[in-house]
Ligand binder design. Sequence first.
Ligand code: NAD
Length: 523
Amino acid sequence: MRGRPVRAEPYLDSLDSITGEVIGRFEVTTPAEVSRVVEHARGAQREWAPVRMSVRAKLLDRLAEVFKARRDEIAEVVTRENGKPLAEALFSEVLVSLDSIRWHASRAEQMLRPKRVGHHNPIFMGKRGRLEYEPWGVVAVISPWNYPIAIPVTSIVAAVMAGNAVVVKPSELVPWCGALLGELFDQAGFPVDLVQVIQGGGELGQALIEASPDKVIFTGSVATGRAVAEACARRLIPSVLELGGKDVMIVLSDADIETASSAAVWGSFTNCGQACLSVERIYVEPGVVDRFTELCFEKTKKLRMGSGLNPEIDVGPMIRSQQVERVERQLKDAVSHGARILTGGKRRPDLGACFFEPTVVTGVDSSMLLMQEETFGPVLAIQGVADAEEAVECANDSAFGLGASVWTRDSARGEAIARRLRSGAVMVNDVISCYGITEAPHGGRGASGWGRTHSRLGLLEMVQVKYVDRDVFPRGAKPWWFPYNRGLIEMAEGVFGTLFGAKAMDRGRAMVTAWKGYRKRRQ
Ligand code: NAD
């Protein structure tokens, strides 16, 4: 299986995640071409906006069929280019996408139906209000390499169901996945230019924002997110920013340690630790910390590294050597400040240039880069804490606030701690899977970004809310219009008393005052 080669230059190379060999070449869009792409998207959107929701849903159903039929091929492309094991590509890319497509197809219409707005204030009794949801127009989706299918697809389908056209800029590190995305939407029969994939690097992402789409959905690093936010602010383009994380796991002394340690190992090493929701800091209460560490050590030692195309492999390579260097730098800093590597901590050049062993570290603290910066690599870091209070304090002492988990047999205690964590999502007794729950909003606080994808809230990011109001008494001037006079002042006095009077009798008297003022006003 090879990516489709192109003769045109410039192009992006798709690299095999294991060998680094070029497995495909893909044509890039030059920044100069982007305004034309956005213009075409505008044209397609004008024709798409009036299309009935049931018709939009049918198109998504067809897309779901294409995903289902080509699931093995999609998974294989992801594994070859991104490196994650096939099982992960099937579950976290194809299944998450497919579920999101089906969910939007069956639920979006109901979620975007106009909603009646009731009025509590009797002054506005004669009005009938409602909320209507209108598409933004052209939505730009700029996505990273770590979940190259699921991340863009979940936003694209929400945008399209809401009546937008989409221009997608996948990461330059996964151009084959990017090209495949375009192909899947084409095969499903999406109208020309409704979903366009443009390929290129950061400068193309920048050019896309400069072409003034109506909304930007960005997923990526904090540094790029800041540049995107600035570029959007200059043009007053609203944005959703899904940025980095430093997710916490709090293990309480009553937790099921066997399960918690398996979760820690999976949560730290799935996608070789390159998930925004990866478990990156583990705080453990006394009493269980030794056993928990021992189990994490034993389970990590058993992980099998290699090519994700082999179904018996647990952990693949990292995406590029710069990523590996970041992990090495953080580990070096941690060790120089007293941390201890129990297992791993080394590259595996015998397997390929970007393999780094799953690593378990203890003796860490918040002064270390490893516990401050996003690691985005295969490191499981355990810090013993005095109690749950200290765990919560440590957890919240971070610029990031994306995901967290609490491990305990006492669900009330787990939920009480969940409420105190500064985090976009908290799971009690599970990790990461909230990303696959289509109804669960995904997004963070602080350096982890703003806005939400997935769920009803993610769908609402794809629309502008319009309040429409109809007056059931269309004839006659409103009492608060010009000209003003003393009667209106008296009426105001009466209205204040009627609405906010402390006792029923006061409110009754005020109503009379309001009525008298109204009469005077009309004389
Ligand atoms: P990145 O920031 O390097 O790139 C992300 C995308 O932005 C790419 O398509 C890139 O080409 C583009 N880009 C680069 N410069 C740009 C600019 N100036 N203007 C517009 N676009 C530009 O991120 P990455 O390395 O691809 O992804 C890893 C990061 O993404 C990690 O920090 C990870 O935590 C984060 N991430 C977050 C989530 C989430 O949902 N919160 C999900 C996945 C990944």
